[in-house]
Ligand binder design. Sequence first.
Ligand SMILES: [Zn+2]
Length: 278
Amino acid sequence: MPELPEVETIRRELEREVVGKRVKSAEVHGTRTVRRQPKKQFITRLDGVKITGVDRKGKYLLLRLDSGDELVIHLRMSGQLLRAAAKDPMPKHTHVVLTFTQGGQLRFVDPRTFGEMFVTSPDTEDVDAPELAELGIDPVEEPISWQTFARLLTARKTKLKAFLMDQTVLAGIGNIYSDEILFAAGLRYDRDTDSLSSQEIRRLYRAVIETLHEAIKYGGSTLADDQYVDLNGKPGEFQEHHKVYDREKQPCRRCRRNLVHKAKFQQRSTFFCEVCQV
Ligand SMILES: [Zn+2]
């Protein structure tokens, strides 16, 4: 599933590609992608609006519209946003198409159909999308001090990986980046949040910020079994820099003597080095 770095990559591209453009028409195919409101209402609220900005909160994209509304997009497992010319062949599983008056289209393609789009407004967001209001701090959008981070960490007694992936505390980190962050910090996924020394808290804090920014620099991660591509259909490159994620039984890139170990945590794979992470 795309996480903060992948969604941020798309946000930056959307900022260049669609801000200032006006929607000539919106088309919706099928019933899965637009499921939170009637299809007709979705289409009407997009008709003729100009996109004035693109924000992100965690894994959600929020396109600001000159009507005062916002178009919310969540890619979930396999959603892709692709720019295209109207004459380009329509890929399979295209569920939503926005055509701009200036020409060009933005298409939402999603084979597994967990992804979602809906139009809401800042006034009704709480009711239309309560999960947005529950999101915690986005560590890239809202830089926090290590003291604030330490307060968040010590306020919850849980395992480190669960803490990092809790969207109501920090928004945007999932299975891939929690593993990479924990490796960078030299900490195990199953350490208790209240067991860290202040030096370890600082290391974890730095690892969160640095890992996410580094991943954004490389356009996010595209995995063999994953569907993530950017607005131009190009895969990310950060997977080539993964230290542990999806590297089971390969030599650790730090100690070079131990093989990366794979464990199960909350029904998901977690990758770590038993020597480098304590
Ligand atoms: Zn190691």
